[in-house]
Design a binder for this molecule. Structure first.
Ligand code: NAP
Length: 294
């Protein structure tokens, strides 16, 4: 019999990830703050639940995909939280991008109730979540990682155990430095090309074929061509990650000069009311500065 899996947080990423677990044959119990995505998952075959406590009481492995550290702390340790419903032996896998320090704190609190935690943030975007091709970066006990590997394999393609709890998170923060920097470089390059009068489609084709080619360019190409920035990955969430990156960098004594500038560009986008757009919309800010907005 396949393990019963609990899934909390059915947003842009959580919804398709949960659906892939159903497709792989796992019985699924789901919960989300708003009701609509729960109903969608129930139509796909999942069982609905009204609180994290109730989910925890019904499953052997519990996955969360929530926005930020305070959300994970509340769902795991707050009133009606996982800690109140968990049976000893529950494996808790948090796949959100949060502070690695908070992951370690939550893991320690849950361990006292016999719950083992892995942090397993992901990269690959909404498309990777839908196609089950995510890169999953895992921290925590290796034997527990081995036990839940088939569950990860139902959601991702590159699955890496990086070390103890929190190491998944540190890897994801490194990932987010690269993605934010890459999207900002793409934004500057495409704005220069636009002001010079170049055709965007041809420019992107030429860039994609050389050393400047990247997954960011491939995945965001249609956004740049349509000048449409529906998320995807929201600027608000990437700004949150940039904050986590700078916090960790300061704690570890690592200067990140380029990322600090990128963080301010993302801050400016939020000030302009664009926090709900896809992170590739950093190009709209550069176009504003260059006077070539659409
Ligand atoms: P999202 O669309 O905002 O989804 C978050 C979900 O969590 C929403 O459905 C929200 O419910 C639910 N939620 C929030 N607080 C809750 C609570 N206390 N109890 C139950 N449910 C709660 O965000 P997302 O894009 O899926 O991202 C989720 C995480 O994955 C973030 O940490 C993000 O940084 C990371 N990530 C995202 C991407 C991407 O491309 N989107 C890629 C890699 C990693 P409501 O419906 O009420 O809002």
């Amino acid at each position: 019999m396949a393990q019963v899996i609990g899934f909390i947080g059915l947003g842009i990423m959580g919804r398709p990830m949960a659906k892939n677990l159903l497709k792989a044959g796992y019985p699924l119990v789901v919960h989300n703050r708003s009701r609509a995505p729960v109903d969608e998952l129930v139509r796909a075959g999942a069982r609905a639940s009204t609180s994290p406590r109730e989910v925890a009481a019904q499953c052997e492995v519990l996955v969360t995909m929530l926005p930020n550290s305070p959300d994970v702390e509340q769902v795991a340790l707050g009133k009606d939280g996982i800690i109140e419903g968990a049976r000893r032996g529950l494996i808790y896998v948090d796949m959100s991008t949060i502070s690695p320090i908070v992951s370690q704190k939550v893991g320690k609190a849950l361990a006292a109730s016999g719950v083992t935690m892995l942090d397993a943030p992901v990269s690959g975007g909404e498309k990777g979540a839908i196609d089950a091709t995510l890169s999953i970066m895992v921290g925590g006990d290796k034997a527990v990682f081995d036990a839940v590997l088939p569950i990860f394999e139902a959601m991702g393609r590159t699955i890496t155990h990086l070390g103890p709890l929190g190491f998944g998170g540190f890897t994801k923060l490194a990932n987010q430095i690269i993605v934010a920097g890459n999207l900002t470089a793409l934004a500057e390059a495409l704005t220069l090309a636009k002001k010079a009068g170049l055709d965007r489609d041809l420019t992107l084709t030429a860039l994609a074929g050389g050393l400047a080619g990247s997954k960011c360019l491939e995945q965001k190409r249609s956004n740049y061509l349509a000048n449409a920035y529906t998320p995807g990955f929201k600027i608000d969430l990437h700004y949150k990650d940039l904050g986590l990156i700078m916090e960790s960098a300061r704690a570890l004594g690592v200067p990140l000069p380029t990322t600090a500038v990128v963080q301010e560009l993302f801050n400016a986008l939020r000030v302009k009311g664009r926090g709900g757009l896809d992170h590739s919309a950093v190009i709209t800010l550069l176009e504003d500065l260059a006077g070539v907005s659409a």
